[in-house]
Write a protein that binds this ligand. Structure first.
Ligand SMILES: *Cc1c(COP(=O)(O)O)cnc(C)c1O
Length: 370
């Protein structure tokens, strides 16, 4: 069986270092925040070319705090995309603001920047692009439009650790960048985790207070805050794993290039890395009009796949109150019926990529003949 994800193999490859780091935290009793988390904040912020890092318990919390720090609340509008994981939109809803969608560009699967201006109203406060699958959104026009209209840019970089846009690491191109360390992400904790990074000291200070009950110092609450602190153990684990992220990212990119070569001649679309993009392939998504049959047949061959995402956010029952309908975002809707994520993780082998690609070829040939 070729699994969609293999977290165990990665753990075994670094087990002695991880085990030692975890035991050190257990001995230290710094279980919530603490010196390992603070060291990780510095190291990861620097890694993403940002001055400040605020470690939190999930990527969703990072998005929530970023919006709050930017002063977003009820009555405000935030422009984002419906082709994303639900958390992007949930974080906007948590603040009481209204998510406003624009469609994606069908080549990059990220925000279609030509649609942003038409979506701006006097209530718009922020633009939240999503660096989906590990590919950056087209940030230059987004930042330019935001500056012209006085809007804040919050990057959802949950799938984009190490991703670059025109040679710059994401997260520090907009005003605040939000990362997730959910176990399956490119940099994954052994539990939940997230971080907001920024070059703005005021935003940093506000988010630092908000994640820890709005305290300026202990039991002095300046703001109505949250319990969004990162675990000490996760900080220690992530420090160890960050040292491998360059090498793991290179492995993903080399698997992607290998898939690209083997799948090139088939009647499917392989991912397009845009010219401005250093794509980190959090997800390697192909597109096929035969997606569902392909998925079922691969499963029969013991190859697990995923779909990111089968239902766009504007068609989710939970967000029906936003008032969108089927047909509102044609590219998003089309891609959601065709996208199929093949196994992708650093520990995947050359032989496995060969096997998967060969099976995709065989299945497509059989479907064509039928
Ligand atoms: C994973 C993810 C999130 C949320 O991160 P959590 O750590 O799971 O809360 C937000 N946005 C996107 C695009 C994601 O993939």
């Amino acid at each position: 069986m070729i699994p969609f994800l293999d977290l165990k193999t990665q753990y075994l490859s670094i087990k002695p270092e991880i085990d030692e780091a975890v035991l050190k935290v257990l001995e230290s009793t710094q279980y919530a925040l603490g010196s390992e988390v603070f060291a990780f904040e510095e190291e990861f912020a620097r890694y993403q070319s940002a001055e400040h890092g605020i470690a939190v318990n999930t990527g969703t919390s990072a998005l929530h705090l970023a919006l709050l720090a930017a002063g977003i609340g009820p009555g405000d509008e935030v422009i984002t995309v419906p082709f994303t994981f639900i958390a992007t939109v949930a974080a906007i809803a948590y603040t009481g603001a209204t998510p406003v969608f624009v469609d994606i560009d069908p080549a990059s699967y990220t925000m279609d920047v030509t649609q942003i201006e038409a979506a701006i109203t006097e209530r718009t406060k922020a633009i939240m692009p999503v660096h989906l699958y590990g590919q950056p959104a087209d940030m230059d026009p987004i930042v330019e439009i935001a500056q012209r209209h006085g809007l804040v840019v919050i990057e959802d970089a949950a799938q984009a650790h190490r991703t670059e846009y025109k040679g710059r690491r994401v997260g520090s191109i907009g005003d605040i960048g939000c990362f997730s360390f959910y176990p399956g992400k490119n940099l994954g904790a052994y539990g939940e985790g997230g971080m907001a990074v920024t070059n703005n000291p005021e935003y940093a200070r506000t988010m630092r207070m908000l994640r820890d009950w709005g305290q300026e110092k202990r039991y002095h609450h300046l703001l109505k805050g949250y319990n969004y602190r990162m675990d000490g153990i996760q900080g220690a684990i992530l420090r160890v794993k960050l040292r491998y992220l360059d090498q793991w990212t290179e492995a993903r990119r080399s698997h992607a290039a290998h898939y690209d070569r083997l799948l090139a001649s088939l009647d499917i679309k392989t991912p397009i890395a845009m010219p401005y993009s250093y794509h980190v392939y959090h997800v390697y998504a192909i597109r096929s009009s035969e997606r569902d049959r392909l998925k079922t047949a691969l499963h029969k061959q013991n190859i697990q796949t995923g779909i990111h995402y089968p239902v766009p956010v504007h068609l989710q029952p939970a967000y029906a109150d936003l008032g969108y309908q089927s047909g509102d975002f044609p590219h998003t809707e089309q891609v959601s019926t065709e996208t199929l994520s093949l196994p992708m993780y650093p520990e995947l082998t050359f032989t496995q990529v060969n096997t998967i690609s060969e099976q995709v070829r065989n299945i497509l040939n059989t479907l064509k003949a039928a």
